[in-house]
Design a binder for this molecule. Structure first.
Ligand SMILES: Cc1cc2nc3c(=O)[nH]c(=O)nc-3n(C[C@H](O)[C@H](O)[C@H](O)COP(=O)(O)OP(=O)(O)OC[C@H]3O[C@@H](n4cnc5c(N)ncnc54)[C@H](O)[C@@H]3O)c2cc1C
Length: 387
């Protein structure tokens, strides 16, 4: 087994670090922190100039054909720096489903704009009554002349307030088993039938509640066949769940190390010399490495041309739960210092207190830990579904 990432991936890391040191200004981070919106058109434009929005996509779709390890290394660096990437992530999750299952017209119209960062697509899946059990969606889509009318409500629709489209999971047939009566649509947000309401979360992230009141969508924006939306979701969810939080653990580790080396105790020693602190540094560093390796394994599975289902769930499960444990430990060790940011008064979001809240949310979005454990046991190990 060769654990080195190779020359090309190493070169990406060096270039990404130098780019981020210049492009990700404290003001940009402070703005993201204040608004809770992790999408910035200027920063996205800078990424686009380098072809870094979807560098792993084939050139015919506007990518650069990078191998998955190069893509993974870029993602690690963007995440470590806490760059505004959520708008790009939700857009690419939806666009990836279109790349597999969209019509030629949809691909031609949407994919180039997605890869150029010109549009944002939000994910309208969760509802007030269903999140883990997405197949129970109640939002209705009914035929209306040459298109569809959508009525219902979605919850936690991150980026909907800056989105051009919402990738909506809707019920088209209520009279069949729940998985069989769903269809997915790309609903344009620029219409009176779509109302977006702000929702702030414990993590500091702004998300939204979206109300659809007779929203219109042409049939040409239906993704996949009518009543076959669950198979579209199978592809989209696999892309959503490939994310690992190793770089977030590294960011926490950097904060802890800085604190340990710069804080002096009553005996005149740095707190990093305290055995409890150095033990936690060793533990966090090891868990961060495991999380990064699980993330890279997911990238490697993608490189072999497969969809990394169980591997993505393992990476997401381990890395998010490890982040919670680490943030809680560091919170106890730092005490009152846990609420400080390194760049006060600009307010870079790197305090341990902020990380503790962020970590909690990381175990929820993209499928909760219980759901990921179920996927690993059922799909990975072939055990029966839990009741
Ligand atoms: C910050 C943030 C951003 C988000 N962004 C988006 C977004 O952009 N688009 C979107 O559609 N959604 C988004 N979500 C929603 C997210 O995916 C859901 O919150 C998540 O899937 C859980 O659904 P729920 O909140 O309805 O909880 P529920 O499904 O009601 O779960 C409640 C509890 O029951 C447990 N549980 C449920 N079913 C089972 C089971 N079968 N076995 C064992 N335990 C179970 C869960 O693990 C959880 O602990 C976001 C959420 C957050 C917090």
């Amino acid at each position: 087994v060769d654990f080195s990432l190779g020359h090309d991936a190493d070169a990406v890391r060096i270039e990404a670090r130098s780019f981020l040191a210049e492009a990700l200004t404290p003001e940009l981070k402070a703005r993201m922190h204040r608004t809770g919106t992790h999408w910035n058109p200027d920063f996205t434009q800078r990424l686009r100039e380098r072809g870094w929005i979807a560098p792993g996509w084939e050139e015919e779709f506007g990518g650069q054909g990078w191998d998955p390890l190069q893509v993974q290394v870029l993602a690690e660096e963007l995440r470590f720096a806490f760059a505004p990437m959520y708008g790009i992530s939700t857009t690419l999750t939806a666009a990836s489903a279109l790349r597999h299952l969209g019509t030629a017209k949809q691909k031609a119209e949407v994919l180039p704009r997605a890869v150029r960062g010109e549009i944002v697509i939000a994910l309208g899946w969760t509802e007030p009554e269903c999140g883990s059990d997405l197949a129970a969606a109640k939002t209705r889509a009914v035929r209306d002349r040459d298109g569809w009318r959508i009525n219902g409500q979605k919850m936690f629709t991150t980026n909907a307030h800056v989105a051009d489209y919402i990738f909506v999971l809707a019920r088209t047939n209520p009279d069949v088993p729940k998985h069989d009566g769903l269809t997915t649509f790309l609903v344009p947000t620029d219409q009176p039938g779509v109302e977006v309401q702000e929702l702030r979360t414990i993590s500091g992230e702004r998300t939204n509640i979206v109300f659809f009141g007779d929203a219109r969508v042409p049939d040409s924006y239906r993704v996949g066949e009518v009543d076959k939306g669950w198979s579209v979701m199978g592809v989209a969810l696999t892309y959503e769940r490939t994310y690992a939080h190793g770089a977030d653990s590294l960011r926490l580790l950097r904060t802890a190390e800085t604190w340990g080396e710069s804080t002096i105790d009553d005996a005149g020693r740095t707190v990093a010399e305290d055995p409890a602190v150095s033990a936690e540094i060793g533990r966090t560093a090891t868990e961060a490495e495991v999380a990064l390796l699980l993330g890279r394994r997911t990238a490697w599975v993608a490189e072999t041309g497969k969809l990394p289902g169980v591997e993505g769930s393992m990476a997401k499960l381990f890395s998010s739960e490890a982040l919670v444990r680490q943030a809680e430990s560091w919170f106890g060790l730092l005490g009152p210092d846990a609420v400080r940011c390194s760049t006060e008064p600009v307010g870079e979001p790197d305090s341990v207190e902020e990380m503790i809240r962020f970590a909690q949310a990381s175990t929820v979005y993209g499928g909760t830990s219980e759901i990921q454990r179920g996927i690993i046991a059922h799909r990975g190990l072939g055990l029966p579904r839990s009741r």
